[in-house]
Design a protein around this ligand. Structure first.
Ligand SMILES: NC(=O)c1ccc[n+]([C@@H]2O[C@H](COP(=O)([O-])OP(=O)(O)OC[C@H]3O[C@@H](n4cnc5c(N)ncnc54)[C@H](OP(=O)(O)O)[C@@H]3O)[C@@H](O)[C@H]2O)c1
Length: 270
């Protein structure tokens, strides 16, 4: 059986829908699962006692970020250790694209990749690109002007749904993807100026200093400004454009239109 963690999240929900269509035998794990449901387990990476991987042959470990590195590392470490003890055969991990090496959340991903590679289990690493939906939501205009400091370089964002398709391809036949690290940045790229044109708004990039001052007020959590600033900084320095991508090898159709997805996400929050 396959177990998909993070069941209530956007990515896991898409993976579960697609796994169902593909006829895969799977269950989901979530902190929000009520006990007693046949296809859902309560799995909370912060609660080692909840990590029940009985009957699981393949585990889709969806990263549980949104915390300081030590917290994320402890979460992922607990999952991998429990999977080792309980005889899980293969872990598929949703990591971060190599273009994201300078991002504030890269370290916990790279730690998890290394820990998996040192485990006795088979593994596949999906180095997911930044979601087009995320970039769109971070570029929301105020009074008709996008002011975020993304700079002018293209960003190889990717549709979350394409990443879900890629995950299902691997889950359908994990053995043939054992030991593979797939780089899943977008095959296309857009600049924030492209996004502004698409929405018919202006783009006046602010400085990193001005953005940091804007971000260090509530309701952001203490770790969040640094992570957001690292996205802006990496983008402005041109580090978020990928040289290549394995996406087409793992998805059934042409990649989705990232500019339109980013624009839709921006409209939803703007
Ligand atoms: N590539 C990108 O652009 C990008 C952007 C944002 C985040 N991410 C990473 O990719 C992951 C999936 O993205 P998403 O869009 O689906 O995020 P999302 O919709 O915000 O969902 C957050 C996910 O984190 C899980 N989670 C949080 N704390 C957990 C814990 N203690 N134990 C188990 N699971 C926990 C949630 O699972 P339950 O609530 O169901 O337990 C849920 O699946 C995120 O968690 C984050 O690590 C990637």
């Amino acid at each position: 059986m396959i177990l998909i963690t993070g069941g209530s999240g956007h990515l896991s929900t898409l993976v579960a829908q697609k796994a169902s269509v593909a006829g895969l035998h799977f269950a989901t794990g979530s902190r929000h699962a009520a006990g007693g449901q046949q296809d859902t387990r309560r799995i909370d990476f912060d609660d080692p006692g909840s990590l029940d991987f009985s009957e699981v042959e393949t585990l889709l470990l969806v990263s549980a970020g949104y915390a300081e590195d030590d917290v994320v590392i402890a979460r992922h470490g607990a999952v991998i250790a429990a999977a080792e003890r309980q005889g899980v055969g293969h872990i598929v991990y949703t990591s971060l694209t190599g273009t994201g090496d300078h991002l504030g959340f890269a370290l916990a991903h790279r730690w998890t990749e290394r820990r998996l590679q040192q485990s006795g289990m088979a593994w596949t690493i999906l180095r997911n690109g930044l979601y087009a939906e995320l970039i769109g939501s971070l570029a929301a205009p105020v009074d008709g002007v996008i002011r975020a400091p993304f700079g002018s370089a293209p960003i190889s964002a990717v549709a979350r749904e394409d990443l879900a398709d890629a995950a299902v391809t691997v889950l359908a036949n994990p053995a043939s993807h054992a030991g593979a690290i797939y780089e899943l940045a977008g095959t296309d790229a857009f600049t924030i100026a492209d996004l502004a044109r698409e929405l018919d708004v202006d783009y006046l990039p602010e400085s990193l200093t001005a953005a940091r001052q804007r971000l260090t007020v509530p309701p952001l959590l203490p770790f969040q400004p640094a992570m957001l600033m690292s996205i802006y900084s990496a983008s402005a320095a041109g580090f978020l454009q990928a040289g290549g991508s394995d996406l087409r090898r793992l998805i059934p159709d042409e990649p989705r239109n990232i500019l339109q997805l980013a624009a839709a996400a921006l409209r939803a929050v703007g």
